[in-house]
Ligand binder design. Structure first.
Ligand SMILES: [Zn+2]
Length: 391
């Protein structure tokens, strides 16, 4: 096990074998002997269903089973869960099986006559490798807004693009927006909007219009950062006339100081000093973004900035600097890799991490649209792409 596995539960292994005796033997070997959490099923169809709906570290399958062979199961598993390690185990030393299993990308092809310690070693090594690869590839996005609908207006398109790439997406909304509607209505609306975006919602209860730049705001954000372990952050820009938005930005800068990629979205109350240098095309996401915003039905009637036309035209405008017809625009605070498991700890040098209130926020991404060629990369966490020539 690698050190990053230290706090994880034992690996979950799904054994698929229509022979109960072999199933029991493997369950004992890997469970009692290897410390794994082992589930045995006799039916490959059930195995496929469970493999697509639950988290597993490895599937160990027999070849000859009624209904679906192990090799058919392997092919199906590759479609629903391409990264899940699969070991094919057979009683027959058939070269044909071996070739087909390897062609279909089995991670290992073993015979049932393989000595138990060798089998256990192969499985342990594959579980560890699979976990390390998943951890390295994991992208978790946290979007932080002061009020219900802030994140949706500023970054819903980018969040949907992250979701489409398989990234985990969470939204932290710091207040329930009592000043702009009844609390329970707006909480329900926030849930609906998060559902439309495929995001996990953290809805906190800070006081609308009096959100502080220090605690409790920093503590609340830090708690969610601890739970989500984000690799990408979206939050308010400091260039905003709303004090809650500015204070959310300041508190977030402290709480997310160990996160590598940090971006600021545009709110309807942003000032002309909002100077984005990252533009995410949202052509495929704009309708769903509008659907998420329509979840805030109690506000749509009274807030001009929730008007679909306004949201669409803002996105249409920003596409000047990026690809496609519609784009969301972001200021870049920093773009660095995030360590896999950021260690928790008290905030050192809070003052140093804080932009300080003036317009002199360091935008590590460089100058605004006029000075910097826009990046064609869709959302951070995608593979790095070569910037196009200047517009
Ligand atoms: Zn707001």
């Amino acid at each position: 096990m690698t050190s990053s596995d230290r706090q994880e539960a034992p690996g979950r292994i799904l054994v698929v074998d229509d022979d109960p005796v072999t199933g029991r033997f493997l369950t004992n070997l890997l469970g009692a002997g290897g410390g794994f959490d082992v589930t045995h099923t006799l039916d490959p169809a059930i195995a496929l269903q469970r493999a697509s709906s639950e988290k597993w570290d490895l599937v160990l399958t027999d070849v000859e089973m009624p209904g679906m062979t192990g090799l058919e199961l392997l092919q199906a598993l590759r479609r629903v869960s391409p990264d899940l390690p699969v070991v094919v185990l057979t009683a027959h030393a058939s070269l044909d099986y071996a070739v087909r299993a390897l062609r279909d990308n089995a991670d290992e092809f073993l015979q049932k006559s393989t000595p138990p310690d060798q089998l256990l070693a192969s499985v342990s090594s594959l579980v560890a490798k699979g976990r390390a690869a998943r951890l390295a590839a994991r992208q978790a996005v946290l979007a932080i807004g002061a009020h219900p609908d802030d994140v949706e207006i500023g970054a819903a398109g980018a969040l949907l693009a992250h979701r489409a790439m398989g990234h985990e997406v969470s939204i932290l909304t710091l207040s329930r927006g009592a000043r702009g509607g009844t609390e329970s209505t707006r909480a329900g609306e926030s849930e609906m909007a998060a559902l439309a975006l495929g995001a996990t919602l953290y809805l906190e209860d800070l006081q609308d219009t009096t959100i502080k730049e220090g605690d409790p705001t920093i503590g609340v954000i830090s708690g969610v950062v601890e739970a989500v372990r984000p690799t990408v952050i979206y939050t308010h820009s400091l260039h905003d006339v709303h004090q809650d938005h500015r204070n959310t930005h300041r508190a977030a800068m402290v709480a997310v100081r160990k996160v590598g990629r940090v971006y600021c979205f545009q709110s309807p109350s942003a000032t002309v000093d909002f100077r984005p240098s990252r533009f995410v095309a949202i052509d495929d996401e704009v309708e769903r973004k509008l659907m998420a915003i329509r979840a805030f039905a109690s506000q749509v009637e009274v807030r001009a900035y929730l008007d679909a036309d306004m949201i669409r035209s803002t996105a249409r405008y920003w596409s000047r600097f990026g690809d496609g017809q519609y784009a969301e625009a972001f200021e870049v605070i920093r773009e660095a890799a995030t360590p896999a498991a950021p260690p928790a700890g008290p905030a050192p040098g809070v003052a140093a991490a804080r932009p300080g209130g003036g317009p002199a926020v360091t935008l590590d991404g460089g100058a605004g649209p006029a000075g910097q060629p826009p990046e064609p990369a869709r959302v951070p966490g995608a593979r790095p792409e070569v910037p196009d020539a200047a517009p």
